[in-house]
Write a protein that binds this ligand. Structure first.
Ligand SMILES: [Zn+2]
Ligand SMILES: [Zn+2]
Length: 437
């Protein structure tokens, strides 16, 4: 598509008054210039969800703050610090959407969705809002495309989640996606490992960063996520959970890896990938591309989470794509968004009296599935045709006072400039005939 001539851009800038308000730090507008990227993710996401038999669910932007705080367990400090709390003046304590998979489980239990399907397979597109410290590239609001299966603990469902995420990334044509995967164990085997790793870090206490020293006694697995160089060095030597898994966890992990291999998904085990929350168990995974240092997708099993809702252990597994990161990865890999473009026609309207009739004809075309573009305003014929050229539209329709009076429309081939007059009542068939040429 052609660029706006410089003089026009300048003129437009001059006409815009300075805006008093701007986006809050860490928040971003999704602008029309990026619509092709988002449209592509949306279209592919819906197609993938349907292919893999996931049903749509949406939970509200606002939830009880306690739901996120009480489910956090050992990660309570982290959650309290990063939760966006809302002041309403009432006694209620509410927060913005922080972790959609928790909201989805809440919905499952609240509406007894187990009666609807077992297991329940759902997908969602939800914003995640975190009050994080601002660093370059960090956003306080990001969007998650999530897949969640609730009600079955069989490893095949961990596999189904990984496959849905992997197919989604493949569909976007992302190059060299790498799955990193581990098992976080369960309540039977994890305590022994936790003790072991605590002992290891206690012996190295003086080499830890301040945050890690604070987390050591309360949430030791968080140390494995620390970005500080000296902590990373220690991490390389730390004990690994695979040596401590119980028989059930071992079998579960093996089955998941077999499913991953059977489906030709490139993966590497990552022994330091562990759930930082108490409710996480067994499968934990992340997906990377070579161009980005952080994961573009991730997921885990979290059967214990339901207990925080007063329910019994309920098998749940989830996988999510971080849409902003996925789009960033695609841009870095030089991929282009190719949403299906429908051919369009450009409607040129001349004079006030033609406007009413033009709207009726445009609507007739749109109702029959023809996309119509117009820049009616008060522009001249020349300016309107220029716009059509800039948009690379090959067919234009012209309607002036004379045509309205005669019940006709002029069709203009934008490539050759050839024009002919058609009857307004035959507009749909005449346009379709020309578009299919
Ligand atoms: Zn276990
Ligand atoms: Zn550290």
């Amino acid at each position: 598509m052609g660029k706006e001539p410089k003089s026009q851009v300048k003129k437009a800038q001059k006409n815009v008054k300075t805006c008093t308000f701007s986006t809050v730090e860490g928040m971003a507008d999704i602008l029309p210039k990026d619509q092709d990227w988002w449209k592509l993710v949306w279209q592919l996401g819906y197609a993938t969800s349907e292919l893999h038999d996931f049903n749509f669910i949406e939970t509200p932007l606002i939830e009880e703050a306690g739901m996120f705080e009480e489910t956090a367990g050992v990660a309570k400090e982290f959650v309290e610090k990063h939760l966006f709390l809302l002041k309403t003046g009432e006694k209620e304590k509410i927060a913005l959407s922080f972790c959609p998979k928790i909201s989805v489980l809440r919905s499952y239990l609240e509406h007894r969705l187990a009666y609807f399907a077992s297991p329940l397979k759902v997908f969602y597109i939800l914003p995640v809002l975190k009050k994080i410290r601002m660093k370059e590239g960090n956003l306080r609001e990001s969007h998650e495309w999530g897949f969640q299966i609730i009600g079955e603990g069989d490893p095949i469902y961990d596999g189904e989640i990984i496959l849905a995420v992997s197919d989604f990334l493949k569909g976007l044509k992302l190059k060299q996606p790498m799955l990193k995967i581990n098992s976080g164990g369960c309540r039977v085997c994890r305590p022994a490992f936790r003790q072991k790793i605590k002992t290891y870090y206690r012996n190295e206490r003086e080499r830890l960063c301040k945050t890690c020293e604070r987390n050591l006694e309360t949430n030791v697995f968080a140390l494995l996520h620390c970005e500080e160089t000296k902590c990373k060095e220690l991490m390389a030597e730390a004990p690994i959970i695979l040596d401590y898994l119980c028989q059930n966890c071992n079998n579960h992990f093996k089955s998941v890896l077999e499913l991953v291999e059977d489906n030709d998904i490139a993966y590497e085990p990552d022994s330091h990938l562990l759930p930082v929350n108490d409710y996480g168990m067994r499968t934990t995974f992340e997906c990377y591309v070579p161009e980005l240092p952080f994961p573009i997708a991730s997921g885990c099993r979290f059967d214990y989470l339901a207990e925080a809702f007063g329910a019994r252990v309920t098998p749940s597994v989830n996988g999510t794509l971080n849409i902003e990161r996925v789009i960033e990865a695609m841009k870095l890999q030089g991929l282009a968004p190719h949403p299906k473009m429908k051919p369009k026609v450009f409607f040129v309207v001349l004079g006030d009296q033609a406007k009413k009739g033009a709207l009726r004809l445009m609507n007739k075309l749109r109702s029959s599935g023809v996309a119509v573009v117009e820049v009616v305003g008060k522009k001249t014929l020349k300016a309107q045709l220029k716009s059509a050229e800039r948009m690379n539209i090959s067919l234009a329709l012209l309607l002036g006072q004379k045509e309205v009076f005669e019940g006709t429309v002029i069709v203009r081939d934008m490539t050759s400039g050839a024009q002919e007059t058609i009857l307004a009542e035959k507009i749909v068939e005449e346009v379709k005939k020309r578009m299919n040429k």
